[in-house]
Design a protein. Structure first.
Lengths: 116, 114
């Protein structure tokens, strides 16, 4: 597609429920990144995929968070047993990959998650 | 640990003013620095700077990098209300462990009033 797309754009869920957030990167981009941004805070790195593998999961805040990527394209970020502190905007970005000499990341519109 | 400091944290100017936003960084094996504009949710890419002293320009926006002093500035001339946003910078290290992980500054919130 023309840009990174994410769905849903907004999600309101009750505490304790599981949620799935989806990211569709720019076609041909092998690298995919998830970030989150809490209100008034900077961007916090969560996880990075190169192809379907995730060499770095160090940013995931707890074992309730997981992510996968299939077919080197779409990625899903899953949050189990959501807590109120999970409320944030979850941003996905893609790039041609860190080893191609160009690493500007292009961001999707984000998913605003609100846990009540 | 990588560190990125942006200043000022917020800035209010009138339309037509010129502003300078600052980004200083401490990054192991620095390669390039990115500037983004974030209006609502998604940051949009503005510039990637790799070489010292070479100004990059796009319309009323320009940016330059000083690799010796470890900082970059973003200038906006003749500001417009549409420039109101949070401006983020993020240094990129060379390929290798951690090269993909952008460390963003907290941003400068620019408000342009008519």
């Amino acid at each position: 597609g023309a840009g990174v797309s994410q769905s849903p754009s907004n999600k309101v869920t009750e505490k304790g429920k599981d949620v799935e957030l989806r990211c569709d990167p720019i076609s041909g981009h092998t690298a995919l990144y998830w970030y989150r941004q809490s209100l008034g805070q900077g961007l916090e790195f969560l996880i990075y995929f190169q192809g379907n593998s995730a060499p770095d999961k160090s940013g995931l805040p707890s074992d309730r968070f997981s992510a996968e990527r299939t077919g080197g394209s779409v990625s899903t970020l899953t949050i189990q047993r959501t807590q109120q502190e999970d409320s944030a905007v979850y941003l996905c970005a893609s790039s041609t990959g860190p080893d191609r000499g160009r690493n500007e990341q292009y961001f999707g519109p984000g998913t605003r998650l609100t846990v009540t | 640990e990588d560190k990125v400091v942006q200043s000022p944290l917020s800035l209010v100017v009138h339309e037509g003013d010129t502003v300078t936003l600052n980004c200083s960084y401490e990054v192991t094996n620095f390669r390039s620095l990115l500037w983004y504009k974030q209006e609502k949710k998604a940051p949009t890419f503005l510039f990637m700077l790799t070489s010292s002293g070479i100004e990059k320009k796009s319309g009323r926006l320009s940016s330059i990098l000083d690799k010796k002093e470890l900082f970059s500035i973003l200038n906006i001339t003749a500001t417009q209300t549409g420039d109101s946003a949070v401006y983020l910078c993020a240094p990129i290290p060379y390929s290798g462990a951690g090269s993909y992980q952008l460390t963003f500054g907290k941003g400068t919130k620019l408000s342009v009033i008519p």
